[in-house]
Design a protein. Sequence first.
Length: 367
Amino acid sequence: MRGIASVPTYVVMQPTTLCNLDCSYCYLPLRRVDQKMPVEVAGAVAAGVADWARTGRFSVVWHGGEPLTAGREHLAALMRPFPVEVEHHVQTNATLIDDAWCEFFVEHQMRVSVSVDGPEERNGDRVTRGNKPAYDRIVRGIAALKRHGIPFSALCVVGRPEPGLATELYDYFLGLGCDVLGVNVEELEGVNLRANKHPEQDVTAFWAELVGAWRRDPRIHLREVEWSLRYAAAVLDGRSDDVLPRQLDPIPTIAHDGSVVLLSPELAGFTDPRYGDFSSGNVLTTPLPEIIAGATGTPWIREFLDGVEACRTQCPYFGFCGGAHAANRYFEQGRFDVTTTDHCRNSKIRLLEGVLDHARDHEPTAV
């Protein structure tokens, strides 16, 4: 049975719940409310991660809301307690990035990831509070990053996989200049209740087409495809058991008030009559390492681990994905010990099948 590792590889920090956009597919419940993280919370987290950062690579991911709405002064104060060994990352919608923010990123050696869904016409879900398109503001922010020579990753949400889309998106991101691209098929989770069921053949074809576009010009690190190819290579080498970590990364998410949700950042901010607020403790009262060590004392986590074992016994794709994500289980089916989700189908099963379909279609012809 896979347990939970006692040392995470990163923590997710919520400097504020507020977001200046109102994207249609957003899962966050409190994005209209400006609840900023007190510096005391950041200090408590920093004390908890200090030993981990000194013994190996460790990251702090600033993720909102929109982290930049916290302001440079407050974000700097939150970052200050962390040891110098920590890598700081920020996931941003880029609309607030200007020269001053770029100077901040350089000064604090922050790694930047931008959310953008491709060409302008593909960004209809990314709108302001007044329901106005945000695309022009996004690309202005990206232009500022490029002026300052700041490398950036991109995160793209796909609402409806369809023929031709993968090539269009990949060509767009090549031109955009990002060095890493992550592609998420839209998920039903949090306050986003839009269905995410798609025809099996369309999703598989989307991923196969994306592999083809990438192989023609592999200048971008394509997150999902490269992971799939590493897995396929491990299977061919007889090393498939070595692909998944032996234990689950706890992925501690620290909400603005110091409460800690493990394994699934998307659960932060939600409550349920059966599971409570999903938190496993608060760093203002309990050290983070102690919270992680007691993870299985949280009822929903025990149920989730039962679900992981059910995936292991039932699903031929388990070696690739390691079991359905906790938030997808809960938001799609209302509990954690279920197995296959639509997210599994769209972003794990069809992904791997698309990669394999592309490989089969492009096998060298025997002479």
